[in-house]
Design a protein. Sequence first.
Lengths: 613, 237
Amino acid sequence: MKISEIIIINLKKLKEQRSKALFLIVPVFILMALTVIFASQIKNIQNGIDTSIFQTLKDQATLIQINKLSQNSQQDLRGRFGGGANAGGGPSFSLQDTEFTQTDIATINKIPGVVSTSLNNNVPILNIYSTDLFSGTKYTLNSLSELDSTSAGLFTTENFAYKEGEPIPIILNSNSFIQRYEDWGGKTEISLDFQNFRGTGKTNITSENNPTPIKAKAIEYNKDDLIGKTFTLNFGGLDEIQDYSIQFDNGTQKFVKLTKSEINTKVNDRKTAISKYWDYNKVSKPITYTFKVVGIISDSTSNSSYIPTSFANKVMHDYLANEIKARTTSIPVSVLNSTFTGLTYDGTKFQNNNNFRGVKMFFGGGQGARFETAGGSGNSQPVTYNIPGLVINTSTDGAGTVTGVNTDYNIYANALKTSQYLTIKIDSVFNRTSIVKALNDAGYAYQDGNSFDVFNKIQSTVQSLSLGFSIGFIIISSLVVLFAMAKFVSDSRKEIGIFRAIGMKKGEVVSMFTSQSILYVLFAYVLGIGLGIAGNYLFSPFIYSWFNNFISNTIKQSFNVVPVLSMSSFNSFDWSSILIYSAVLIIITIIVSLVPAYKASQISPVEAIKGEN
Amino acid sequence: MKTKNKKTKLKERKVIEVNSVSKIYKNERETVAALKDIDFTLGYGDDLAIVGPSGSGKTTLLQIMGGLSDPSHGEVLTDGMRVNTGNDNNISEFRNQKMGFIFQNIYLQDYFTALENVMLPMLIAGKSRKVAKDRAEELLTLVGLQDRMNYKPSKLSGGEEQRVAIARALSNTPKILFADEPTAKLDAKNSKLVVDLLKEINKTGVSIVVITHDEQVASYFTKKLYLDHGTVTSINF
């Protein structure tokens, strides 16, 4: 008998005995639809995990950022006590205490497994601000550090390279989203007993217990809205003139609001002083660049935002060039660092001295400090003016004697730098524990998170889910085919008898039943794939929202950067798995149906002529 | 010379030779001899009725002659072929080509039309659909069902169904037709019709063996063999 005739018989049966065929078709149909959805969603979840978790892990787990501040026990109150454009005087940490240096890099690089160590230098520019990042609010960046693209993996998955003509990638620190304002409560003068205030031992000064008129509050923001946003940052220009004075009198600090004419006088005094050596318009005008937010950090130990190293070099070049070109005549050494202050440079490294950085404020030595930038009224400090880009050469003997001004635009890129942060790149996640231990042994305090176990568990859960489904698929499809075919055979005993009586061979009976089950399974399979495709689109939003919830509740708690998959990635199909399941289904169908088909072939044709009276 | 020999041999050969056939059914409690030492032959073109009451062993005998069941002892040669020993494929093919079966319960495939049921043995034989269809139409016309060819069995009367079964049995032009109580489920009119049809077929040279418990039916056939309790009680050849 031709195989085509056997198939025709089976098609006829499928058509004529539909309700019986459903025994096999319905379960296979449902199973296949579920398989399409399950296999695809498992794959999508796995992709999601790979992208959101392991991509994060892979990049982030090979990076360790250590913070100099956490190495010290002293409290840093930067940006918490009102802040402002300038601070100075007062005892502060020595450089050795506050910044990592090349020596630290050399030490850390000796630890086995450390690939590289890089300083996240602060860009020494005063007055970095944006007026269009948060509408209606001036946002001042107190600390902007450079970051190489490798270390950027800690905070973003996006490309962190500076390319001329394109918005510059920037990673913002949400700790810097602070708005400063003054609140005089209708008064023009506020006094506070500073000694008593210190006595409370409070170091975290909030607006409630901050009795000064200088306040700060957090800017409200939405992370999702900020990511990808382009905005303008202004670098340099002159400080805003402080519109109040502070007077000290025997442990009492008095804030006095200046009148308009007093402020105008100060502005004009500064203009006159600057115009002596500079083109005032050029010096007072900031340089602007367009940025794109590629990451948001919310790290409580830091308030630094990050720009690419190559851009840091560029902006410093532009910034220095602007100052140097604006100079109309040379400045006598006697004037530098007395009337005008700037960044000091001794031929090898910058001193991030407080006079220039102007943003640090420390308590210590019995005197709180907040000093005038543009004209010291009310205390004994000399009137000095910060000039953006002014680099004062000092002697290399450690005495710091001013010897002149620098006119090299590229001085920043070439200088030896120091930083509060350094990022360590390690060779493998598996060495992380030993490297962290070595760091601590070397005196660099670092506490590692314990999220690694969680990720391994998630991975193994998904894998066992997938394995469980595969095993379930094999068992269920085998049982379905076995039982359905056994039923078909037992229902067809007479029919088989008659076929045999009129000459059908045993082998042909086997072919007939095997091909019947293949035909029905294929029929159900095609329908099931169809339903599965539709079902996958139907289920993907649920899987997507579940997955996002899951990520928010787990990994986002531990890591700054979690790449999030788009909704559409959950619409994907795992065709390769579906293909494997399809092949498994067909193989199972053939093998499993051989058993009832063989039994069918053993049915004696005598069955057909039973019924003798 | 060879051809002549073969022809001579063919003439001597019988369409059925039953040699000392016994059939014993055994179970735990008892041993039942369904057939005891049966011997007879039937020539080409003969028509035979095997007559006996229920349990006489007549259906068992038919099964053995048709190669559907094996004897406990003895052997059967049908058209010179040992139908109870040897390769199942060969016997199946032989049954398909040389024998036709008609059953008491008819057994048409209910998902096939009358035409398709008749085509089936030819398709099993590997004939083309075209050849099978032409032959099936011819046979259905012969049995008077030219107007019912595309009917499913459920739309046919019992008599019509049995005539389809007869057409099916004839499809591969068999040497012998086995009919097991072909009229048991039919009314008198249809029984007559079927028996007449069988006689007509016999006239075309096809040997016929009919099993019946009905003397009336048996009376239409030339030769008769009476069975009771597995033993031949009377032969009327």
